[in-house]
Design a binder for this molecule. Structure first.
Ligand SMILES: NC(=O)c1ccc[n+]([C@@H]2O[C@H](COP(=O)([O-])OP(=O)(O)OC[C@H]3O[C@@H](n4cnc5c(N)ncnc54)[C@H](O)[C@@H]3O)[C@@H](O)[C@H]2O)c1
Length: 359
């Protein structure tokens, strides 16, 4: 008799979001069953449409052989406990914790919401991980999506001349950065106290298809793509010579899997390209007119990840160049059709609190 192998199971919190949905793609490709925990606040079920076979359009609590989508707010522990995941699925192997609130401006305006989701939510998912591990030997790793924003402005003069290392100074500049860093501290604390096998990945500037297009003024690429679609000038902050370590989203998904499947625990890794690219170069690749906006406080002139640790310990390296990544995004530019169109006036309004509080 042919006995069918039981699939390994992975939980992806935030699996309807930008990075989470690419990680779900990878895991399903690798023959996992994936359980997505997401409240659809910034994510979209349509990000996973290629895996959905259901035709009744009721995806709130979707479940098939490869994918289960559970609509749940992770900031309330009871919501998670009521799912009885450890009883229903004794063979959950990994938890990838990506659910979170991103974007700087709303975090300045709503620090409590950011704390509830990014700190309490992380503590709740760690509690779930402890529960799973206490009931099954199948559980192997908890991987957390931390943020390179924890490094702040990298003001140390020594850091100016080299890429940022994991042991550089931590100096969050706004509530989003602080909440993500407190989340990371909880993750590492659970590793230390409860011996939960954990890894924290400090993501640099992730870009790619399906990046967030919510109303908040956020990541530069989405803003530029909508401006390109509407044939409007790109709104470049400062002189455009500021540089970001842009890393393509499928490379980030593979870093999550490398962290989960290795024996390494209780470690923090930078996840970036190891290179840094100016906003002016991005504009050149997108091709179009630009206008310049005032430089903003609390933003580093340069982000640049030193990725030697993750290369050495997890044998991970990025595969997609910046130019290739921008090309992939341009091929999918229609995704940004419904994104808000920003101009210098709406950006000035949206960032008023940024200048007020971070100057
Ligand atoms: N995109 C980047 O460049 C970047 C950089 C550093 C860190 N990160 C971190 O990576 C993670 C994913 O980021 P992203 O860019 O894919 O963002 P995203 O907004 O596309 O994804 C976040 C997901 O979390 C879900 N979510 C939010 N609050 C929730 C809650 N209370 N309960 C359940 N689900 C909730 C959203 O609906 C969304 O699907 C976040 O934790 C973010 O802080 C992202």
């Amino acid at each position: 008799m042919n006995k069918q192998k039981i699939k390994d199971i992975a939980i992806v919190t935030g699996g309807l979001g930008f990075i989470g949905s690419h990680l779900v793609d990878l895991l399903i490709d690798l023959n996992f069953k994936v359980i997505v925990l997401d409240n659809e606040s910034t994510g979209r079920v349509s990000n996973l449409k290629e895996h959905l076979s259901n035709t009744n359009n009721n995806y709130k609590n979707y479940n098939n052989e490869n994918l289960e989508i559970i609509n749940v707010d992770i900031s309330v522990l009871e919501n998670i406990q009521k799912l009885y995941l450890s009883t229903r699925y004794p063979n959950i192997k990994y938890i990838f914790h990506l659910a979170g609130l991103a974007d700087i401006v709303p975090s300045i305006e709503r620090p409590l919401d950011y704390h509830n989701t990014n700190v309490n939510g992380t503590l709740n998912i760690l509690t779930l991980a402890n529960d799973l591990r206490s009931k099954s030997t199948a559980f192997k790793k908890f991987v957390y999506a931390a943020s390179s924003s924890c490094y702040g402005l990298s003001k140390d003069s020594s850091v100016e001349f080299r890429a940022t290392r994991e042991d550089d100074k931590i100096d969050p500049q706004y509530p989003y950065a602080l909440s993500k860093n407190i989340g990371e501290q909880y993750v590492l604390h659970f590793g230390k106290i409860y011996k939960l096998p954990v890894v924290s990945l400090r993501l640099f500037n992730v870009f790619g298809t399906r990046s967030r297009t919510t109303g908040a003024y956020g990541a530069v690429l989405g803003i530029f793509l909508k401006q390109k679609l509407e044939k409007k000038p790109f709104t470049v902050v400062g002189d455009g010579n500021q540089c970001r370590d842009f890393i393509y989203v499928t490379d980030v998904a593979s870093a999550f899997f490398a962290a989960a499947s290795s024996d390494v625990s209780n470690e923090v890794f930078n996840v970036g390209s190891g290179n840094t690219y100016s906003i002016n170069l991005l504009v050149e690749l997108l091709a179009g007119e630009k206008i310049f906006l005032p430089k903003r406080p609390a933003e580093p002139d340069k982000t640049h990840a030193d990725i030697s640790k993750i290369k050495k310990m997890l044998n991970w390296r990025p595969q997609i160049t910046f130019e290739e990544g921008v090309g992939k995004v341009l091929q999918n530019i229609h995704y940004w059709q419904d994104a808000p169109l920003w101009d210098q006036h709406s950006i000035a309004n949206a960032t008023a609190n940024w200048f007020k509080h971070l100057s």
